[in-house]
Write a protein that binds this ligand. Structure first.
Ligand SMILES: [Fe+2]
Ligand SMILES: [Fe+2]
Length: 356
C-alpha cells in the first residue's frame, strides 16, 4: 500500500484502510474502488490523504500504531470535550466525565507495546481530526520514550498527560486549528493554551497531578526558554519533559510546511543539553526512525523511491526505486543502502509526511 494525497491518487485505486470523519464515523470502507465521484466526495469532506493498494507495493504494510477502535474512541472523545467546552456554563471541568481519557491511556499503553516493531505514526486524514490525531501521536511517541526514563507505574500518567496536553487549545478554537511549528515564535494565543488547559482541569479530582503538570509544563524547557512561565530545570517535571519532547517532534512533522522526518530528528538532536535533557534525547534517537516506512526519498545516485524496509542501520533503509533522474523505471527494484555496493549512495532528501 501507499499513502497519496487525494489530489494525486489515481482513479480506480482501491482503498487499503477505511476512512473516518472527525467524529469517528465511517466515511468510506476499506476495499472501495475509488471513482472520480468518490474522490470528489472525499475532497468535499476535507479528506487530504488516503492509503491505497499499489501493485508494486503489495508487501509494504503501513499499519497504524493503534487499533481503529482506539482511534475512533479518541476522535469521539475529543469531539465531546469540544462540544462540552462550547456549551458549558461553569468555568471548571468537574462536571465533565474525563474517565474515557484514562481508559484510552491504558489501552494506548497496551497497544503501543515496546514500540520496537511499530514506529509509524497516525496521519490525520482531514482537518477536523488534526488535534485528536496530534495528541495520539504525541502520546505514542511519549510512551515509547518514557520507558527509558520514568518508572513503569508512571507510564499511564505519561499517556494520559499526552492525550490531554493540548486540551487548552479547545478553549479558543474548535479543535480544527493548525498545529503550530516549534520553529516559529509562539503567538500570544499559543502562549496561553497551557494555562487555559490547566484552568479547565485543575479542579477535576479524577485527573492526576501528573496530567495537570503536563498540561501546564509541556512547552517549558530546561534552559528556561519555554512558556508560559520560563520555568527551568530542576523545577520541570520529568513527565512534562518527555511529553514536551514528543510534542516538539510531532509538531515539526505535522505543522503546515512540516519538516521531513529526518530533519525533525536532527532538530531534536540539536536540543540535547539545552531545551531537553541529554538522556531523554538519546532515548528519542533510539526510538524514532529518521526514514519511516512509506516515506519518499531521493538518493545521491539520482534514484527516487519509497522506504519499504528498515535495516539495522537507522539512516540506511531499503528503498524501492520507482524513478531515476525524474523518469519512471521500467521495473521497480529494491536498493539496500547497507549493502557493500551501495556504500557511497546516501539519501539526499526525504519528502515531508503529508500534513493537513
Ligand atoms: Fe501545546
Ligand atoms: Fe501539542
Amino acid at each position: 500500500m501507499l499513502r497519496y494525497t487525494v489530489e494525486r491518487v489515481p482513479v480506480g485505486s482501491v482503498l487499503a484502510a477505511s476512512i473516518y470523519d472527525g467524529r469517528g464515523n465511517l466515511l468510506m470502507r476499506e476495499g472501495t474502488e475509488l471513482t472520480a465521484g468518490h474522490l470528489e466526495l472525499l475532497r468535499r469532506r476535507g479528506v487530504k490523504t488516503v492509503l491505497v493498494d499499489h501493485p508494486e507495493f503489495r508487501d509494504l504494510v503501513l499499519s497504524d500504531p493503534i487499533s481503529p477502535d482506539l482511534l475512533r474512541e479518541a476522535l469521539r472523545s475529543y469531539g465531546e470535550v469540544a462540544v462540552w467546552i462550547r456549551t458549558k456554563s461553569s468555568g471548571t471541568g468537574s462536571d465533565f466525565d474525563w474517565e474515557p481519557f484514562r481508559r484510552m491511556a491504558k489501552r494506548l499503553l497496551e497497544e503501543v507495546g515496546s514500540g520496537a516493531e511499530h514506529r509509524c505514526l497516525l496521519h490525520a486524514t482531514s482537518h477536523d481530526q488534526q488535534l485528536a490525531v496530534h495528541c495520539l501521536n504525541v502520546a505514542i511517541v511519549a510512551v515509547r520514550l518514557a520507558r527509558d526514563v520514568v518508572r513503569p507505574d508512571q507510564l499511564v500518567e505519561v499517556g494520559l498527560g499526552a492525550l490531554l496536553h493540548d486540551v487548552g487549545r479547545l478553549v479558543t478554537d474548535d479543535g480544527a486549528g493548525e498545529i503550530p511549528s516549534p520553529l516559529e515564535p509562539p503567538t500570544e494565543e499559543e502562549r496561553q493554551h497551557p494555562l487555559r488547559g490547566l484552568a479547565l482541569i485543575r479542579g477535576v479530582g479524577t485527573l492526576s497531578a501528573f496530567a495537570k503538570v503536563v498540561v501546564l509544563q509541556h512547552h517549558e524547557r530546561q534552559d528556561g526558554s519555554g512558556f508560559p512561565h520560563g520555568t527551568r530545570a530542576p523545577d520541570l517535571h520529568p513527565i512534562a519533559q518527555v511529553v514536551g519532547l514528543a510534542d516538539a517532534y510531532v509538531s515539526l512533522l505535522e505543522a503546515r510546511g512540516g519538516l521531513p522526518p529526518d530533519q525533525a530528528v536532527e532538530w531534536v538532536m540539536t536540543t540535547a543539553g539545552r531545551e531537553f535533557d541529554h538522556r531523554l534525547v538519546s532515548s528519542f534517537v533510539n526510538h524514532v526512525d529518521p526514514y519511516p516506512l512509506g516515506v519518499e526519498v531521493r538518493l545521491s545516485s539520482g534514484e527516487e523511491g519509497v522506504v519499504v524496509r528498515q535495516t539495522g542501520v537507522r539512516t540506511r533503509p531499503v528503498v524501492r526505486v520507482v524513478a531515476r533522474e525524474g523518469r519512471p523505471v521500467e521495473a521497480c527494484y529494491d536498493v539496500d543502502l547497507t549493502s557493500l555496493d551501495r556504500q557511497t549512495t546516501v539519501i539526499q532528501w526525504a519528502r515531508p509526511l503529508v500534513s493537513v
